[in-house]
Design a binder for this molecule. Sequence first.
Ligand code: DWN
Ligand code: SAH
Ligand code: ZN
Length: 413
Amino acid sequence: MTTTTTTVPHVCRVCSGPLTPFLDLGRQPLSDAFRLPDDPAEEFFFHLRVGVCGDCAMVQLLEEVPRDRMFREDYPYRSSGSSVMRAHFTETARRLLATELRGDDAFAVELGCNDGVMLRTVSEAGVRHLGVEPSGGVAELARGKGVRVRTAFFEEDTARDIAATEGRADVVYAANTLCHIPYLDSVFRGLDAVLKPTGAFVFEDPYLGDIVERTSFDQIYDEHFYFFTARSVRALAHRHGFDLVDVERLPVHGGEVRYTLSRTGTRTPSPAVAALLAEEEGTALHDLKTLESFATRVDGVRADLHALLTRLRAEGASVVAYGATAKSATVTNYCGLTPALISRVHDTTPAKQGRLTPGARLPVHPASDFTAPYPDYALLFAWNHAEEIMAKETAFRAAGGKWITYVPEVRVL
Ligand code: DWN
Ligand code: SAH
Ligand code: ZN
């Protein structure tokens, strides 16, 4: 008997166009599944690869991880863990209150409200709101701040139910959440059901332009399914009867874009939209050549980081990491960073401490133990919070310690 293997072509999750793979980050675990050292359960792995659609230009993962594996009762990430992010979301809420939520009996819906970091300000202003958050633990933290939350995945059915029971929203907002949702057709049918005719859908996510420019390949992991651009978001909006009417670049999380969508013809696009589209055209952001050269640089970072850590350990230096980020799952597992190279990771999140990082199995210790005693080097996994972390850990440098980063390249600071 002979067997034949057929290669199934990859198709775009948005438009069914042809997907061309350009980056292979190998076998990867769930980025937020921090495990107890004696957990007997077999760890889940998937193949982390990225491709670009030849038709709508959407950059996306080739393999989808089932959502209930990622967003569970014990999902550990707490959005309020950074003072910079708390300030960012307070400011965001104030702006929404002063614009989209100005009218009488205004109503705001947030997808992925997490621990209520944004909606708490809306709630304190006495404005009607609802968070939609599938991860039960963080949803409960939000409720503790006076935020109304439905523990559910936002999709068409959830949205229809919200529209029926609470009425339609003036604004639907989502931060670092839309890029987590592969099933965007259902989301857009839901938006159509829950948004008022003149309402806005505002969302912000890591920007592909920044990822390529900074070689920040660790933005790529199970939870981040899409890597948006003005061009791909505009194409997505048009498919669903929306226009892209505004874009704003944000410095948080290593470079993001905030997109504003409204129903076709209801708002005049700001000049910023055409400007960002032109910039993407100018840098050939979606060209396979650009993306393949990004993949080559990613490989270079892997080699440099592994070589540096191997040398430091051979010289007898102590090396730890700082920030047990979801992003670092990609770095540790792609670059082969074992406990022999990095003895532990310090992090302020209680739900991560006392556990092992996914795949690579680096032990997570409290941030308060960082001083006991100071290591020679600390690899900054939470490089997106560099300013905040370095400001509170000035004694580390004063004691002779050195930070290591790998964005945009491997450097000892
Ligand atoms: O998109 C996502 C973003 C918003 O959050 C999610 N898919 C998952 C998560 O990604 P991440 O884990 O890469 O996010 P952060 O914000 O880079 O994580 C920072 C980590 O560092 C947290 O575990 C908290 C920790 N931390 C710390 O120990 N001391 C953070 C700060 C600011 C600190 O001072
Ligand atoms: N908005 C927060 C949280 C980002 S983490 C911030 O910017 O910090 C991503 C969040 O999206 C998680 O809390 C996860 O539970 C949630 N999420 C995932 N899929 C979702 C869906 N379909 N609808 C709503 N939230 C979702
Ligand atoms: Zn497509």
